[in-house]
Design a protein around this ligand. Structure first.
Ligand code: ZN
Length: 75
């Protein structure tokens, strides 16, 4: 069992997958925010990561993770 520090709130947690970098609470929060982000990108696909980060208060690191995972598509 490996303990990790949550990337965002710093709490110690046990990741259930290797690629997990945030605790469950932060993950849940980001899952909710993901719908908001997807909607924003759908309405304006020229939106940049920085603009999205400013609008939603989601760290750009998290937004890049979604892009890398193929969950958000930019033009
Ligand atoms: Zn956290």
């Amino acid at each position: 069992m490996t303990l990790c520090n949550c990337r965002d709130c710093g709490v110690l947690f046990v990741p259930d997958r290797v690629e997990v970098t945030v605790c469950r609470d932060c993950e849940r929060h980001y899952d909710r925010m993901f719908d908001v982000v997807r909607e924003l990108v759908r309405n304006d696909s020229r939106m940049t990561i920085q603009q999205l980060a400013d609008k939603t208060n989601i760290p750009s690191q998290q937004l890049w993770e979604w892009v890398r995972n193929g969950r958000i598509h930019f033009q």
